[in-house]
Ligand binder design. Sequence first.
Ligand code: GLN
Length: 537
Amino acid sequence: MSKKNTKYIFVTGGVTSSLGKGIVSASLGLLLKSRGFNVTIQKLDPYINIDPGTLNPYEHGECYVTEDGAETDLDLGHYERFLNAPTSQNNNVTTGRIYQTVIEKERKGDFLGKTVQVIPHITNEIKRRIKILAKEDYDIIITEIGGTVGDIESLPYIESVRQLKWELGENNSMVIHLTLLPYLAASGELKTKPSQHSVRQLMESGIQADVLVCRTEHEIPKDQRAKLAQFCNVPLENVIECMDADTIYQVPLELQKQKFDEVVLKELDLPVHKTADLKDWKTFLTKYKNPKKTVNIALVGKYVSLQDSYKSIVEAFIHAGAHLETEVKISWVYSGDLAADNLEKTFKEVDGILIAPGFGDRGIEGKVLAAQYARENGIPLLGICLGMQIMTIEFARNVLGMKDANSMEFDVNTSEPVISIMEDQKNVVEKGGTMRLGAWKCTLRPESKLAKIYASQDISERHRHRYEFNSEYQEVFEQNGMMTSGFNPDTKLVETIELKNHPFFVGVQYHPEYKSTVENPHPLFKELIRQCSEKKK
Ligand code: GLN
C-alpha cells in the first residue's frame, strides 16, 4: 500500500445519463492537480464487455487506447487531455472484467469451497480495483461510476462505495453526485424534485452525497439552491451549479468560480491554502475563443454520424488550433457517399483532409478516392491508421499501376497485398484485446518531413491495428517518390509514409490523436493546420 494517506472521491450520476460526469471529474482533477496534488481519475463501467474494444463506435463512441495498450472508455481521453498525465488499464474497469477475475479465482479454487456471491466477492474485487491505484502514490483518486444511480447494473458499485466510505473513515473519502435540474419552459422554472429523488435513492443504498453538482441550462435561483441543500442534506456551498458551457474546456473555470475545489478539499480535510493556478489553461482558452485564422478540414470516415466516434481527433484539432490561434472547422464526410463525380464539389472549400481510422470494408473506395484527390491536387492530407493504409492502396493502384492493390482486410486473395496481416496476428482468433495495442517506439529517417515535424528521430506513439504496410513493396514505393519514413526499431515494420513531391501527404500507422493534450498539442496536428493555412494563402 501507499505511504500516503490517499483520499478517494467518488462521482455518481443521477436522473439521466450523459450529464458529463467525465468532464466534471476531469475538471475537478485539473483543479486539484493545479494546486499541486498528485491526482488520477478512474472510470468504472457497469457493462459486461471486458473492455469497449469490441464495441461498435456507434454504440459507445471512440475506443481510447492508453500507453499500456488498454482499450478503454472515451472518458479516459478527457482525463488525459485535462490532466496531461497518462492513464492505464487500472483506470478503467468494467463489470465484465470484475466478474472475469472473480470467476477465474473460483476456477482455481481460491475461494476454498465458499459460495461465491456478489457480496462480498464481487464488491471485494471492485474495492481492490479502486484501491490498486493507491499503490501508484496518488494523493487523490477520483473514481467515476458509470451509469445512473438506480440502475440494476450499477448496484454492486454503489454498494462497494458504501463499504469503502465506511472502511476509509471520516474525511478520507467523499461522494459527489452529478444531477440534472430540468427547466420547465411553460412555468419558467428549474425543478429540483428529480435531484431530490436521486439523492434519496443513493441514501437508500446507504450513501449520503457530500456535494451536488447540478447540470442546468439556467442559473439556479437562490431559493432553489437552498431547497436543494435542505432536502438533500448538504451545506449550501456544497450545491454547485454546472451550466451548459460553449466548450468543455470552460467547465473547470466555471467550477473554480464556485470554489468547487475548496469545497472538496474541506470535505477531505486537505489544506486549502493555495489556489489552483490555471494561467496556462486560460491562455489556451483565450486563444481558442479568439482565433485569427480559420481552416476547413474534411474528416473522411464512416462513423461520421456519431461524432463521438472520432472524439480524440476532434479534440486534437482544438488543442493544435488554439496553439496556432486558428479555428479548425471540420466538415464531416461520409466516405460511402464519395464518388468520382462529387469529389470536386465535396472538397472544393476544404484546405485539408484527414482520413480517419476504421475497420471493415464499408466506404473504403470513397476513402481511396479522397486520397487520390488530395494527392493529385496538392491538398494537405493526414491519414491515420486505416487512413495510412488507404493512402498506400491508392498510391499502389494509381501511381504504381497495380490495379488489384488492396489490404488483406478487404480482399484476402488480392494479387497485390500492399497492406497485409501482421505476422503475429495470423493465428489470432479471439477478437477482444488482441490487436497490436499501446505505445511502440518508432524511428524516423533524419531526412524525413516527420523528423522535422517532431524535432526528433525517436518517437513513441500508440497503436491499434492488425494489418500493416507490406514491406515487400517498400522498394517500389521508395523508387516512385513515396518515402517509408518511420520504422519500428525492433521489428522494422513501416509505421509512416510521406510523399516527397507534395506539400503534406503523410500517413501514420499509429494514432497521434491519443497523445494530444491541452498542454501538449500534437506536432502532427499542428503541422497539418499550418499546411492548410499555407494552402489557403
Ligand atoms: N482496420 C485496420 C487494421 O486493423 C486499421 C485499424 C485502425 O484504423 N485503427 O489494421
